[in-house]
Ligand binder design. Sequence first.
Ligand code: ATP
Length: 812
Amino acid sequence: AAGSGQIRSKSFAATSVRVHARTVVAAFRRGRHQGVFNARQKDEGSSPQKKQPVHQDGSRTARADDEPEKKRQDNAQAWYDIKAAKELSSTLNEVQQNAMMAPLRPILVSAGPGSGKTRLLIHRIALMIASEIDPASILAVTFTNKAANEMKSRLVNALQPWETTAGPRLTIGTFHSFCLRILRRYGTRVGIGNNFDIVDTEDAKSIIKEITARPGIRERIAARDPKDYLQLISKHKAEMIDMLSQDWSDPSAKLVLEAYEKELRLQNKCDFDDLLMFTKRLLKNDVFAREDLSKQYAHILVDEWQDTNSIQYEIIVLLCGSTKSQVRAKSIFVVSDIDQSIYAFRGAMPENVMRFSETDFRGCDVYKLVKNYRSTATIVTASKLLISENKNELRGDFESLKGNGNKVRVGKFPSDYAEASFLCEEAIRLHAKGIPWSEMAVIYRTNIQSRVFEQEMLSSGIPHHVVGGFRFYSRKEVRDVLAYLKVMVNREDRTAFYRVVNVPPRGVGPVAVKKLQELSLELDRSPLSVIDLLATNDPALDRAFTRNAARGLLEFKCIIDESVDFAFKNELGPTLSFLVDKSGYSQFTANQDASAKSDQKQSGEGMKMDVVGEFISAAGAFNSSAVALGTHVLGSRPGRGAEDRATDSVDSEQGSIKAASVIERGSEDEPIVGNATSLETSLSPLAGFIEECTLLDVDAEAFRDGITLTTAHRSKGLEFDVVFVTGCTDSHFPMLFGLEPREEEEKVEDERRLLYVAMTRTRERLYMFYFESHFRFGRKIPCLQSRFLQFLMQAPKSRDLFAPGPGFRSRL
Ligand SMILES: Nc1ncnc2c1ncn2[C@@H]1O[C@H](COP(=O)(O)OP(=O)(O)OP(=O)(O)O)[C@@H](O)[C@H]1O
């Protein structure tokens, strides 16, 4: 039965319109149903449409008052606290209320931008908690850490009246963080142990580089960018292809992949794809683990369902149970908008939305939200016009709740510089009219476009911040200190070892490093344990290194050992301070800063010492917040520019997204099992901190004041009063590089969705700019107006929607 509750007034005591699964799609197409659908009962499916009451928000649900028997049944089944539902309903429309209170079974919400999907999902969780459903049984999955943090804080607000302490026991996180948690508990059951480290993309590249330089491999492979190998590996892991038994057309790829996998296992590491791959393997093959987890996470909620890829989809289905009937009875709630699916290049499958309702969760209830709370009617009409060119069988109509507002202002400029310069003038004008800087955003297609705006805003004195622009966790200094920490926690970590063994320089030059690598392979020992042998005055080793190099190596070992000792007795912050002093790293960066200053070569990224200092503070905050809150949200501490390494790769168009992670450590009371050593156990805060830094993807910059500069990908989920969509040229929106015509067709749809996402971030004023030329590598490159913009401008009645901006009429 569709959700219902005693508190519901007649008008929204909605019951399902029962229709056959296939007719759901048809009904969507016809736009006939705007409320809840039940796709589970074949027999009742094709029943003729009854006259439906139209709700205040224009949505429709089936009449309830003509089904008294059913209503009684529904009420009897209500799982929620009626008072809580009433309270939470006050900020939702009727369809949202119905969906919030829907039965604890598969529910699909499919709706357009700004329609309150996220708000609904949060309210559903709040209702569960307020109704005393055990928070530990709730799993909410998001796609970025930023979204997870946002969800958490909105949930805290929604739950205020109940003063609940549920937070620490609830699991909100990304797929990667959730899989990490599962593997920490069950990793031994899939053969990877549960105390592995995680390698991020940078480290994975270093491993590939080291492998491809090995004698025996070097001569047998074609020179390739390590990134290419990583992409190949990622693709195979995402598709669960058995890499090693595959018949490779390029045998060198197999060689590298074999060595890469061996190296990861040897170093006791997993890459991001491993987290998903091993989790799926576990859930698929291990009945005990699957049933245990399925029982523990009795309620699953997923935001942005259209962005799931194949392996993520399968993980969720496996978590829902072992049999079809268990899966179809699961309390799972997913929200989606196919038109906002913009991660196809990392394997997202918008068809997972249909797959949900038509296969694994066939018979689910489907809800459709039809009101856009965010944008003016003009913006909604313009964006609908754009997306109408894309196929989407689940798209329904939706309308703005606001008036027409301003027309969309279109501007053409001779160059990207002229575009940026005008944009700044316009932003200053709007600011003078009372619009805060923080309510404006500049959205562009690729990261590289931000530079011109940054430059222009700097000289115009406009406060601004670049989402993902300052990659704190990618800074060399951070990665160096992190590498020391990694060696402290895992003496087998060769990648980290080689990164810092001679940083700062201590006499271990390239010849000594090469010798050490050879010995390490020959003796099948980690480089650090080769130094252990050296320390015992092993005569063979004595001869292998010069006195200077040997001294340097022993000094390195001593730094690691003493820092580990220190870490046993001290907190994380002081441990890092000790380490950077003892290793000479703090003096090293101070010297570099001093010489950069005297050479006037400062990069504008600030002092290296400050970066180290900031990192030490981050470590201190990690400790204290964990202690103070009993829970810890990764990446949520204040600090400069914590960066979304995940979305780096989103924008790079190449890599797979490595979204990470909120981990509720407070609820992590799983025993440490398997082969965790006492050292690792004692250093677990340190290991936790490393894990955080590796998985971190929050972009603290996004919360700063000033105009937001962001790529279209990263603008997802955000909203602003004023949005400038810039670079609407045919080489940016769409961005199509040397694709086959067939691929191009598909890609154009992806790109159209991306522009759609950008446009629909706007509440009040939307600007769409393009330029006739820009510079790349010192060459002037001509540009044409985006085909999307052209389509919009040439559409019938486009004059009602678009207008040249006042200050740049002459430039059109
Ligand atoms: N019932 C409602 N009443 C008033 N405002 C609402 C309601 N539902 C949502 N909103 C507001 O509408 C805006 C969009 O909501 P939300 O972010 O939940 O939408 P969404 O569908 O997840 O958007 P998108 O997919 O475009 O990111 C927010 O400002 C939210 O507070």
